[in-house]
Design a protein around this ligand. Structure first.
Ligand SMILES: NC(=O)c1ccc[n+]([C@@H]2O[C@H](COP(=O)([O-])OP(=O)(O)OC[C@H]3O[C@@H](n4cnc5c(N)ncnc54)[C@H](O)[C@@H]3O)[C@@H](O)[C@H]2O)c1
Ligand SMILES: O=P(O)(O)OC[C@@H](O)[C@@H](O)[C@H](O)[C@H](O)CO
Length: 436
């Protein structure tokens, strides 16, 4: 399938978007025959990779129920970030989607506010450059003023991701002295929140070689993913949109319960498996969840810490069970190192919100201090730490990450002392035994 024109600009054409939003968009175009929704990716790296392939790539599902390999053709091109401002002026662009990772938003992880001290944000505020995602978005919206409305759909794993991004854009406008633009955005641009789900590890050279043997061609932009996919979208679009519901997406008035369920059950368990998995020598998530102590620890955390403060839109116990079964998919080779990366950005949305909610209701988290302590051990013992705050974390790892709550900090430090002096497996067993 080839699109007739471009309707969507997508920031961050990483593995996930190629396995998720682009596939949903292609399915919507196939179902309706409306081929005006080609996706124009914004990615300096993927430009050089996809151009020689005419912007087509293969999606390879792995695991039980996997579909046949699929060639996706819904991308209409790939451009550089600097090209975005001009693009957003075009009326046929009706939707912007983003998967730029948590750190791509340049916010303070503790407050969720735009980091106005970030040198690249400061540079973009002058209007003389467009290096950050928020800067590119605002400079593009500036060019759009007077044109048709636009919908900006954040698809990163952040709570209230739509409202979050709207706040960053608003702060940028005010800091740049663009109050009138902020008013125009308020009237013409919407930021629906979304819950996105499809486990898609970074593609490795081994994946490429194995796929080449299987498919008979080499695809540098190939993605390997699981059969499962889910997309819940807040129904607040400013204008036209693809008929994503025809591709299985669900539109709802309130996405927050879905986002919380996913972040606090799935992503929180992923982080537990990553940090304790690394401490126990597990290279992949599938290996980690196959370790009975880690599996029981995930179930324990879901039952003891997460469920008591989760207003779930579906059966959360069953959701937890299905999640752990998906993690066990051995064909995915999702590394614990990948999931452990950028912890300073991930702990808040996945774990600390639950801990704060528990403490607000007079309950103590049983497992979360241990997961944060395992992350702390990861920070202390990893030479090539992958985290945007790596330098700062070396000197004071908790300052920018933990909420201002001395009791909780004390719990984390006590758990950390145990992990330094005792075998991590024995520590987890102790916590498990304490529940009996
Ligand atoms: N991979 C998954 O299983 C999965 C599932 C659900 C949601 N997500 C969400 O999608 C995000 C991306 O995942 P992925 O697997 O595609 O990662 P990826 O590393 O393959 O791609 C990330 C993309 O973000 C861009 N990016 C990174 N840092 C940036 C920055 N500072 N400024 C601008 N752009 C930046 C990169 O250029 C790249 O195109 C995740 O962080 C998560 O929020 C991922
Ligand atoms: O994509 P990351 O590396 O930021 O986070 C790793 C995973 O927890 C996450 O991507 C899940 O695989 C995903 O959220 C499942 O839908």
């Amino acid at each position: 399938m080839r699109p007739e024109s471009t309707g969507i600009v997508h920031f961050g054409l990483g593995a996930f978007s190629r396995a998720h939003q682009v596939v949903y968009t292609e399915d919507a175009m196939l179902a309706t025959g409306d081929r005006s929704w080609g996706v124009l990716g914004v990615s300096n790296r993927m430009r050089g990779v996809l151009e020689p392939q005419d912007y087509r790539y293969t999606v390879l599902e792995r695991g039980e129920g996997a579909a046949a390999p699929r060639m996706v053709g819904a991308l209409s091109g790939v451009v550089r970030g600097e090209d975005v401002p001009e693009l957003l002026a075009r009326p046929q662009i009706r939707v912007v989607t983003l998967t730029v990772t948590e750190k791509g938003y340049r916010h303070d992880p503790a407050t969720g506010k735009l980091d106005l001290g970030d040198p690249e944000i400061t540079g973009d505020l002058t209007g003389k450059q467009s290096k950050t995602v928020v800067g590119q978005l605002v400079h593009g919206l500036r060019r759009r003023v007077g044109g048709p409305p636009l919908t900006v759909v954040c698809c990163d794993n952040l709570p209230g991701n739509g409202e979050f991004l709207r706040g960053l854009v608003e702060s940028f406008c005010h800091a740049a002295g663009l109050g009138a633009l902020a008013d125009w955005i308020g009237d013409n641009v919407t930021f629906p929140s979304t819950m996105v789900d499809r486990i898609t590890p970074a593609t490795t050279e081994d994946d490429l070689r194995e796929a080449e043997r299987e498919l008979g061609y080499r695809d540098e932009a190939l993605v390997v993913t699981e059969p499962f996919r889910q997309w819940v979208i807040e129904d607040s679009f400013a204008g036209d949109r693809p008929a994503w519901e025809r591709a299985g997406a669900v539109f709802t008035a309130d996405v927050e319960p879905w986002e919380r369920l996913k972040l606090r059950v799935l992503n929180a368990s992923h982080s537990l498996l990553a940090y304790f998995g690394l401490l126990l020598g597990h290279a992949t998530i599938a290996e980690a969840v196959g370790d009975p102590v880690l599996r029981d620890a995930c179930s324990g955390m879901i039952t003891d810490d997460v469920l008591p403060v989760l207003d779930a839109p579906t059966d959360a116990v069953e959701y937890g069970r299905t999640t752990l079964a998906r993690f066990a998919n051995p064909a995915l080779r999702h590394t614990t190192k990948q999931v452990a990366s950028d912890g300073s950005q991930k702990l808040g949305p996945r774990l600390l919100g639950t801990a704060t909610d528990l403490r607000t209701r007079g309950r103590e988290p049983r497992w979360i201090p241990y997961v944060v302590a395992a992350w702390l051990r990861h920070v202390e013992t990893t030479e090539d730490l992958r985290d945007p705050l790596a330098e700062e974390l070396r000197t004071d790892p908790l300052r920018r990450v933990l909420p201002d709550d001395p009791d909780f900090r004390g719990q984390v430090l006590a758990a950390h002392r145990q992990l330094v002096h005792e075998d991590p497996r024995a520590v987890l067993k102790e916590v498990l035994d304490g529940r009996a």
